[in-house]
Design a protein around this ligand. Structure first.
Ligand SMILES: [Zn+2]
Length: 505
């Protein structure tokens, strides 16, 4: 049986999660649910990066102990699994999970044994927001391109990783598709980065500068392991890398896919540093690196510091899980940035969930209840004028599979939506109530049977995207012990825009 390992990035926890985190979680969850539904073994892995220096700084600013501070915010991230209906199999917290530190140390020792770690004096410009040194040439007018802040000048003795040694091998793996970076524009970006020359990079900090937080370098307690090394290692440490157990074999070494989902801002770490560390340690590299863009809200950059962002918890409380997931999967273009507004979310939910899926299933079940006493017609007659709807039903599974293999959620959801769209048109065109009036029983049986099949297909195909709604649809379209369909009940109600947003416009 094929095994698929899917990871989300582990966010640093200096504030509450925003909608961009929800996007990555929901994308990863849809993939995990899809592959599980296809009969694969799947592990969806999430976690939090507790050891970042910016967590320490945020805790100090809040006047709290680092440990209690990161625990509180980590809970806000892992807690999203409930409201977003995420099927996360495991969550790792890098500061407290007993699997993590020994795994990080083991990875360090494996690279050291290969001769890839060495000490050297270093001076550079460091952005705490990014937790990375920037060469002058990559700064924008002296400022971090990601944060717009002036980096700190840092001068200290650090451990370095011999990244330069792995440039040719890395290039070949990426260009040859062994490591697939998607979308292709991101792969080209990484290839250009490699072609520009890969310098060895610093993989430790003085324990003093790290405020004593983080994992000490094995055998050199005056140094703390670079937080990106520590964070990237979670993809292995969560698989009991240190103890070398069954999880490591099943989900890494023998996995059919090792998929990392991530935002464009952390591409270099995942597509260059991480595979190089794995090569050095003698481990397999990821098969897929799927990169998403950033969300803005009402045209403004989502920023933890501005406090102007929509909290995903509030959004779900206001509009429900299905509406939030549907917007994230249906409206955000692959690999690109997208602008969120509550108006867009509400329009999508009303047009497609309430008026599309919900209304269709209700109409069909109501028709079967009225004309066939709730019993699914058994018929060998073919339904009249059914080509477009039959095609939509027949084509959707392959279209969804192809789109998801490509990490492209819009065409995947579009293929499912097409069934509802065609089925609603089919109801209007065939007018089952007229068939009933005219006594055209054979046609009516065939029309109702086809429409119910369309609704059942929706229940099955929506499961990765809208697990809650899909379950309600399937229940509504499945005859009970009496052989009758349950009485039609509202599945996806219309929603109205919150007063909160109306006031801010
Ligand atoms: Zn930065």
């Amino acid at each position: 049986m094929a095994s698929t390992y899917i990871t989300t990035t582990i966010p640093y926890v200096n504030a509450r999660p925003h909608l961009g985190h929800a996007l990555e979680y929901v994308q990863a969850d849809a993939l995990a649910r899809f592959y599980r539904g296809a009969g694969e073994r799947v592990r969806l892995q999430a976690g939090t990066d507790d050891n970042a220096l910016k967590n320490v700084l945020a805790a100090q600013a809040a006047g709290l102990g680092v440990r209690e501070f990161v625990a509180a915010f980590a809970a806000a991230f892992t807690g999203l699994a409930g409201p977003l209906s995420l099927s996360v199999d495991d969550t790792i917290r890098t500061s407290s999970d007993p699997r993590h530190r020994p795994g990080v140390e083991r990875l360090w020792r494996a690279c050291a044994a290969r001769g890839d770690l060495y000490r050297r004096h270093y001076e550079g410009l460091y952005c705490v927001g990014c937790e990375q040194f920037y060469p002058e040439g990559e700064l924008a007018a002296g400022r971090c391109p990601e944060h717009g802040t002036v980096p700190d000048l840092v001068s200290e003795e650090n451990w370095f990783f011999r990244l330069s040694r792995y440039a040719p091998q890395l290039r070949a793996l990426i260009a040859g598709g062994t490591i697939r970076i998607d979308p292709p524009a991101r792969r080209n970006e990484v290839l250009a980065l490699i072609d520009g020359g890969l310098a060895d990079f610093s993989v430790s900090r003085s324990a003093e500068r790290a405020r004593g937080w983080g994992i000490p370098v094995p055998g050199d307690p005056g140094q703390v392991i670079y937080v990106w090394w520590d964070a990237l290692a979670n993809y292995l440490t969560a698989l009991d890398y240190a103890s070398g157990g069954e999880n490591r074999r099943r989900w890494w070494n023998d996995a059919h896919r090792r998929v990392h989902l991530l935002g464009k801002g952390v591409l270099r770490f995942h597509a260059v540093y991480w595979p190089a560390i794995l090569l050095s340690a003698g481990e397999k590299v990821p098969t897929d690196i799927a990169v998403h863009g950033y969300l803005t809200e009402n045209g403004r950059k989502i920023s933890k510091s501005s406090g102007a962002t929509v909290d995903p918890y509030d959004l779900v409380a206001e509009y429900g899980t299905d509406a939030v997931r549907w917007w994230l999967l249906r409206d955000v273009p692959k690999g690109a940035d997208a602008d969120f507004t509550e108006g867009r979310l509400v329009s999508r939910a009303n047009d497609e969930l309430a008026n599309g899926f919900g209304n269709l299933v209700n109409r069909v079940v109501a028709l079967i209840c009225r004309y066939r006493a709730g019993r699914v017609p058994v018929t060998s007659a073919s339904a009249p004028d059914a080509a477009a709807l039959e095609t939509a039903i027949a084509d959707a599974p392959a279209l969804v599979a192809t789109a998801l293999a490509d990490f492209d959620f819009r065409p995947a959801t579009e293929a499912v939506w097409a069934i509802a769209h065609e089925a609603n048109r089919y109801v209007s065109r065939t007018r089952p109530w007229d068939l009933a009036k005219a006594g055209a029983d054979a046609d009516l049986d065939a029309v109702l049977a086809l429409l119910l099949r369309a609704c059942q297909a929706l229940g099955a195909l929506l499961a990765p995207f809208l697990p809650d709604a899909a379950e309600r649809i399937t229940r509504q379209c499945t005859p009970g012990a009496t052989g009758e369909l349950p009485r039609p009940a509202p599945l996806l109600p219309r929603i109205t825009r919150s007063r909160r947003e109306l006031c801010t416009i």
